[in-house]
Design a protein around this ligand. Structure first.
Ligand code: HAM
Length: 440
């Protein structure tokens, strides 16, 4: 007879105990770093009104939504990211908001993507956001937090790096080509975001469709290729000077000086060496307005470990009141791959502290002891088989490899004693002093 499908749905994972232990290890490290940076933990619903995501996250996320109607005929979606929920929640208390507010969250997200290496349909994210601070000191501290989360696992400079970019510089670049309407800017940022993954012919096609002018599209393509290779502020300045005589040089200089301040702050925080200036990062989400960044495994062309940036207009667009904000999220899928590759996960221990074995005549006394030990905080197992004799229980206990096997025979119990056997010792102790013995 055919049973039910044993595998989970495509892009979803089963977490057996050893996988769960790795996942919890990641969550604990994330939580611990977030606390050291003064973030408070928040949570929200796993489903949200569909419109929360269709409004401002951009076409990529909208295409990937797990969306359906509930029994009350509401259009809802499993959350694909946390940022819109955060804005909705914080939006309720903007008038009294502590500034800056620093919140973090560790939760499961759902995106209907093609499952592939580093990308699944369900994954966990660590989100950290600073709300109510427009200074680039907030961007810098957030990048320092992103770096610290990876360092916390023992990852070093040779393992990962941050690619830092700026949407405002891209907006200036587009303006120089006569593109300044929100919708057109959004469409071109979308093309820039996918640039790396598409052939020059396809990019040319997309650009021609956007500019409705193939000569302009070619000029844009060629000059943009040069700008994408710039890795210093001077190189960016030179690109604007050489490639785009119609650029707004005053606005450019203003933005470059803000960029310089951000780089200096990263230097002050001691993390500048992890960061490469790299305008090829544009970010797929539509709501970013300023500096954006992604974290990658060094020497790997795979998917990002983390990504984020400034989104100063999202509050106004979603909840009708302006509020500066900057944030990022790191995912567990690419991180797990990297930690496994670098053997940075602690080895999995399923062993309990104690296994209590007994002659069935002493069952009542033994179970009382089990519960006393558990109440004192020890992890304890015993045989659930009402018939199993002492010899069989011992065999099972040693196979489970607990730290101690505690034996209660009729003879020992009648003398108020028990036998305790550890890896290197075997002793008879008084039952009443057993707890003290274990605590030592
Ligand atoms: P995101 O770049 O879409 O940003 O996702 C952040 C991270 O989540 C990625 O770098 C990746 O590690 C992980 N991730 C995303 N999609 C998948 C997937 N399908 N499978 C596995 N991992 C995935 C955001 O979500 C923004 N909301 C971050 C943010 C917070 N911006 C401001 N605040």
């Amino acid at each position: 007879m055919k049973g039910i499908e044993r595998e989970p749905l495509p892009g979803f994972r089963d977490f057996e105990p050893a996988d769960c232990a790795q996942c919890n290890f990641i969550f604990n490290q994330w939580r611990s770093v977030a606390h050291t940076f003064g973030y408070e933990e928040f949570d929200g619903p796993i489903v949200e009104p569909l419109v929360l995501f269709t409004q401002k996250s951009g076409p990529e996320i909208v295409e990937q939504l797990f969306a359906f109607q509930d029994k009350g005929e509401r259009a809802i979606a499993l959350r694909p990211e946390m940022t819109p929920s955060l804005v909705r929640m914080v939006g309720k208390r903007l008038a009294t908001l502590k500034r800056p507010t620093k919140w973090f969250n560790i939760t499961e997200q759902f995106r209907y993507e093609r499952p592939q290496k580093g990308r699944l349909r369900s994954f966990y994210q660590f989100n950290a956001d600073i709300i109510g601070e427009s200074s680039s000191a907030a961007d810098a501290e957030l990048i320092a937090l992103a770096i610290a989360t990876f360092q916390k696992f023992g990852l070093k400079k040779e393992h990962f790096h941050v690619r830092l970019s700026d949407r405002q510089l891209w907006v200036l670049w587009l303006k120089a080509f006569g593109v300044d309407q929100e919708q057109e800017v959004g469409a071109l940022l979308g093309i820039l975001d996918k640039w790396e993954r598409r052939s020059p012919e396809n990019i040319q096609e997309d650009l021609t469709a956007s500019f409705k002018d193939s000569t302009k599209a070619t000029l844009f393509l060629n000059t943009t290729e040069v700008l994408r290779k710039a890795r210093t502020l001077d190189a960016i300045r030179e690109c604007f000077h050489n490639c785009q005589p119609s650029s707004d040089m005053e606005a450019l200089e203003q933005r470059l000086s803000e960029f310089k301040i951000l780089l200096q702050e990263l230097e002050n925080l001691g993390v500048r060496d992890w960061v490469t200036l790299d305008l090829t990062i544009v970010r797929g989400l539509a709501y970013y307005t300023g500096f954006v960044f992604e974290v990658f495994e060094s020497g790997d062309q795979g998917r990002a470990l983390a990504g984020g940036g400034r989104y100063d207009h999202l509050f106004e667009k979603l909840v009708g009141q302006p509020m500066p904000a900057v944030g990022f999220a790191a995912g567990d899928v690419t991180l797990t791959d990297l930690l496994r590759k670098q053997t940075l996960f602690p080895s999995y221990q399923s062993a309990v502290d104690c296994y209590v074995v007994f002659e069935q005549t002493e069952r009542q006394r033994a179970l009382l002891l089990v519960q006393q030990l558990r109440a004192a905080g020890f992890s304890v197992l015993y045989s659930l088989d009402l018939q199993k004799d002492l010899g069989k229980q011992q065999k099972k206990a040693y196979a489970d490899d607990p730290h101690y096997v505690i034996t209660l025979t009729h003879e020992l119990v009648s003398q108020a004693k028990t036998q305790i056997k550890g890896a290197e010792s075997e002793q008879i102790v008084d039952l009443k002093s057993l707890l003290e013995y274990l605590k030592q």
